[in-house]
Design a protein around this ligand. Structure first.
Ligand code: IVH
Length: 677
C-alpha cells in the first residue's frame, strides 16, 4: 500500500517532535515530556513505518536502534585531514607564554598591538570523530584513524542520542562537524555496576570503553553503551558564510542542535588563558567526564588561516595538559593482609608511580573475585588511577604489554600469618583466617581497635607498640594490657622508662569507660560505633546484651539479620566471654544504664555525610554533635542521604550530592539546623 499524504505528514511531524524531545533530553538536559509520552509517540511512528516502509527515512528516530552487524569497518578517506594538536609540555603558565609568543611572532605583532583573542576549550578524553551532514542529514561518521583515512562507524554513531540525525536551523548543504565521543563518569560507573551484576568483566576506563563501543561491528552492542558527544571543529564544508570566529562557530553548532560544551571562554592574551586554565583545573574533579587538559585556539579564522600549520599540527592551537590521573606501572606482587576480623585482603605492591599528585606504591584489590574481574596478573603492566581525593586504584592490565612471564594470583589456603585454615563461605566474596585471636595478625588488629580513640582511647598504643607486645608474647588479649607493668614494658627494645610510664598512665585512664565504647571496643564483626550505641541504649547492661537471644537482638534499632548473627556468634564463643571476665577482673568498668536518648529535633533520624575540612570542628566532633541530636552519620552519599555537610576541599561526595539533589550544608548551616531542634 502507498502511504497517504496524511500518513506522510503525520510521520514527518512525529519525527520532528521526537527529535526535538531527544534534543531537549540528551543535549539540553531539560526533558520536555514524560518518558511514557515519548514512548507513545515513538511507538506510533514505528507502527506507521511498519505499515508504510517508504516512510522510514534514515533520519527517523526509529533508525537509531542498532541494525545488523557489519562484516568489517570500511575505510573512509577524510576530505580534510584530521590533524592533531601540539601538546605544551610545560604545564606551568610558562607554556601559555610560549604559545602566545609563537602566535604573536608569526603574526608579526608588536608590543603596541594588544592581546590576541583566544578561545579556551576543554580537552575531552575520548575519541575524535568526523560527522558528515548532507542537506542537514547525518550521512557518515568516521573515526580519525591515521588522520588521512578513518573507519566508517556510522552504524554505531547513529545510536548516540546526543548526535542529531538531522540538524535543525539552516545548516549548509555540506557540513562536516568534528568533535569528541566520550563517556560520562556516572554512565561508566552504572555500566560497570551492570557488568558486575552480570558477572562480566569490568571496563577499564571511560575513554577505552567509548573507543571500543564506537569501533564495534555490531551496532546493538554500541547502542547499549551510554555515549556522549561534544562538537569542537570543522571538516569539509560546502557553500556557507562561515562565522568569523571559533566562538561563533560553536554557537552556530549549538543552534544546529549539536551538543557544545558550556566550559568555553573567549580569553584575551596570556592572562585570560591562565585564568581559564586555573579555573578549569579547580573544576576538573567535579566535572561529570574526564578531561586531560584544556585547548587554546586563536579565535579569529582569518588569523588561523594566516598562521597555518607546521608539519601536521596547527600553529593556532595548543593543548595544555593537566597532571595525569592515570599512569601505567608494574604490578610487582600481590600480598595478602589479614584484618581484625580475619578477612584476607589482597594488596597490590606497585612499582612506585606518580599519579594524581601522589606517589602510589600499594593499592587494595579488595578480594579474589575483584582480581579475577579486573583480570590482572602478577607482573602485569597495570593502569593505576587516582583522581581527586579518591584512594588509588588498580584499574586493569595493559594486556598488549604481556610478555608471558606473568602469573595468576592464588588465594592462600592457609593464613599467611598464623597458618590456620582459610575459609570462604559460599555466599561471601571474602576469605577469612579461622585462627581468631590465635592469629597474631587478628590479635594485633583487635588490640589496635580496642585501644582506638573511639573505643577505649588508650593514647600512645599504636601500630609499632602493638606489634612488639604481640610478638614478644606479652599481650595476648585486651585484658593483658591491664596487667602490664613498667618492667615488662621497659624491657622492650626502643622503649624508654618515661614512655613506658606514659603508656601505663594512658591504660590506667582507659579503665573506666561507657558501655557503648566498651561494646564497640570488643570488635564484634559488623558492630560499628553507631550499632554499639544502639545496643547500649537498648540493653542497658553488658550482661543483658550477653544474654540476648537472636530474636531480642533483632529488636534493636537498625540491627538486621546479618548484624544479629555476628553478635550471636560472638556471644556464643566461650573465649569471648572469658576475655570480658578477665577485663572485669582486671578492674575495667563502664557506666551501665541506658545512655541519654538523643534529643528529638530537626536532625533526628536524618542521615548526614561529612566531606572536606570544616572551619572549626573536626570530623569526629561534627559526628558526635550530629549523633547527640539524633542524626546518623554515613560514609557515602546515596538517595537515602538527607544532608551533606561540606567543608573546604570537598570532593566527589559533594558532586554526588549535587547530582542527587541532596541538601548541602556548611558548618554554620549544620549548627543552625541542630539549634532549630
Ligand atoms: S581541535 C587541528 N579541540 O585532541 C585541531 N581537539 O590532538 C584539531 N581533543 O584527536 C583538534 N578536545 O580528539 C580539538 N576541544 C578540542 C579537543 C580536541 C579533545 C582531542 C581530539 C584530537 C586531539 C588533538
Amino acid at each position: 500500500m502507498i502511504a497517504s499524504a496524511q500518513a506522510f505528514e503525520r510521520a514527518a511531524e512525529l519525527r520532528r517532535e521526537l527529535e526535538a524531545h531527544n534534543h531537549a533530553y540528551y543535549v539540553l538536559d531539560a526533558p520536555t515530556i514524560p518518558d511514557a509520552e515519548y514512548d507513545r509517540l515513538f511507538r506510533e511512528l514505528e507502527a506507521l513505518e511498519r505499515e508504510f516502509p517508504e516512510l522510514a527515512t534514515p533520519d527517523s528516530p526509529t533508525q537509531r536502534v542498532g541494525g545488523a552487524p557489519m562484516p568489517e569497518l570500511a575505510p573512509v578517506r577524510h576530505a580534510v585531514p584530521m590533524l592533531s594538536i601540539r601538546t605544551e609540555t610545560d604545564t606551568t603558565n610558562g607554556g601559555v607564554v610560549a604559545f602566545d609568543t609563537r602566535v604573536r611572532n608569526a603574526l608579526g605583532l608588536g608590543a603596541a598591538d594588544g592581546p590576541v583573542e583566544y578561545l579556551g576549550e576543554l580537552k575531552f578524553d575520548g575519541l575524535a570523530i568526523n560527522l558528515r551532514y548532507e542537506h542537514g542529514m547525518l550521512v557518515r561518521a568516521a573515526t580519525r584513524g591515521d588522520g588521512e583515512t578513518g573507519e566508517d562507524v556510522t552504524h554505531n554513531v547513529r545510536t548516540i542520542r546526543q548526535i542529531p540525525l538531522r540538524l535543525s536551523g539552516s545548516p549548509p548543504a555540506l557540513l562536516e562537524v568534528r568533535g569528541e565521543i566520550y563517556m560520562r563518569r556516572d554512565d561508566f560507573q552504572r555500566l560497570n555496576a551492570r557488568q558486575e551484576q552480570a558477572g562480566e568483566k569490568l571496563f577499564i576506563n571511560p575513554r577505552n570503553t567509548a573507543a571500543g563501543a564506537v569501533r564495534q561491528l555490531d551496532p546493538r552492542i554500541a547502542a547499549k553503551r551510554p555515549l556522549s558527544f561534544y562538537a569542537y571543529g570543522l571538516g569539509e564544508i560546502g557553500d556557507w558564510a562561515l562565522p568569523p570566529t571559533q566562538a561563533e562557530l560553536l554557537d552556530a553548532f549549538a543552534a544546529f542542535g549539536l551538543p557544545v560544551c558550556e566550559h568555553r571562554v573567549v580569553a584575551a592574551g596570556v592572562d585570560g588563558l591562565c585564568e581559564f586554565h586555573d579555573r578549569i583545573a579547580a573544576l576538573r574533579d567535579s566535572l561529570p567526564y574526564d578531561i586531560d587538559g584544556v585547548v587554546y585556539k586563536v579565535n579569529r579564522f582569518d588569523l588561523q588561516r594566516e598562521l597555518g600549520f607546521v608539519t601536521r599540527e596547527p600553529r593556532w592551537a595548543v593543548a595544555h595538559k593537566y597532571p595525569a590521573q592515570e599512569e601505567i606501572t608494574e604490578l610487582l606482587d600481590i600480598e595478602v593482609q589479614v584484618g581484625r576480623t580475619g578477612a584476607l585482603t589482597p594488596v597490590a605492591r606497585l612499582k612506585p608511580v606518580f599519579v594524581g599528585g601522589v606517589t602510589v606504591t600499594n593499592a587494595t584489590l579488595h578480594n579474589e573475585e575483584e582480581i579475577l574481574r579486573k583480570g590482572v596478573l602478577i607482573g602485569d603492566q597495570v593502569i593505576v588511577r587516582r583522581a581527586g581525593d579518591v584512594i588509588p586504584e588498580v584499574v586493569g592490565p595493559v594486556v598488549e604489554r604481556r610478555t608471558g612471564s606473568e602469573r595468576a594470583f592464588v588465594m592462600p589456603t592457609r593464613c599467611p600469618v598464623c597458618a590456620s585454615h582459610v575459609e570462604k563461605a559460599e555466599d561471601e566474596v571474602v576469605a577469612r583466617c579461622t585462627g581468631g585471636l590465635f592469629c597474631p595478625a587478628q590479635r594485633k588488629q583487635a588490640l589496635l581497635h580496642f585501644a582506638g580513640r573511639r573505643a577505649m582511647d588508650i593514647e600512645g598504643l599504636g601500630d609499632k607498640l602493638v606489634d612488639q607486645l604481640v610478638e614478644a608474647g606479652i599481650v595476648k588479649t585486651p585484658a593483658d594490657l591491664y596487667k602490664l607493668g613498667v618492667l615488662a614494658l621497659a624491657n622492650l627494645p626502643r622503649m624508654a622508662e618515661k614512655s613506658a610510664a606514659n603508656l601505663l598512665a594512658a591504660i590506667e585512664k582507659s579503665r573506666h569507660t561507657t558501655l557503648a565504647r566498651f561494646i564497640f571496643a570488643l570488635g564484634v564483626r559488623n558492630v560499628g560505633e553507631a550499632t554499639a550505641k544502639d545496643l547500649a541504649r537498648h540493653f542497658g547492661s553488658l550482661d543483658a546484651l550477653m544474654d540476648a537471644t537472636p530474636e531480642q537482638l533483632l529488636e534493636v534499632r537498625d540491627v538486621g539479620p546479618v548484624v544479629a548473627q555476628s553478635i550471636a556468634g560472638f556471644i556464643a564463643e566461650a573465649h569471648n566471654r572469658e576475655v570480658i571476665e578477665q577485663l572485669r577482673a582486671a578492674g575495667v568498668t563502664w557506666e551501665e544504664g541506658a545512655p541519654a536518648a538523643p534529643v528529638a529535633g530537626s536532625a533526628s533520624g536524618k542521615v548526614f555525610v561529612l566531606t572536606g575540612t570544616l572551619p572549626t570542628m573536626s570530623r569526629d566532633e561534627a559526628k558526635a554533635l550530629i549523633e547527640a541530636h539524633g542524626g546518623k552519620v554515613s560514609g557515602s552519599v546515596s538517595k537515602k542521604t538527607d544532608y551533606v555537610v561540606a567543608g573546604s576541599e570537598a570532593g566527589s561526595k559533594l558532586v554526588k550530592a549535587e547530582e542527587l539533589g541532596v541538601a548541602v550544608l556548611d558548618e554554620d548551616g549544620l549548627q543552625r539546623l541542630l539549634e532549630q531542634g
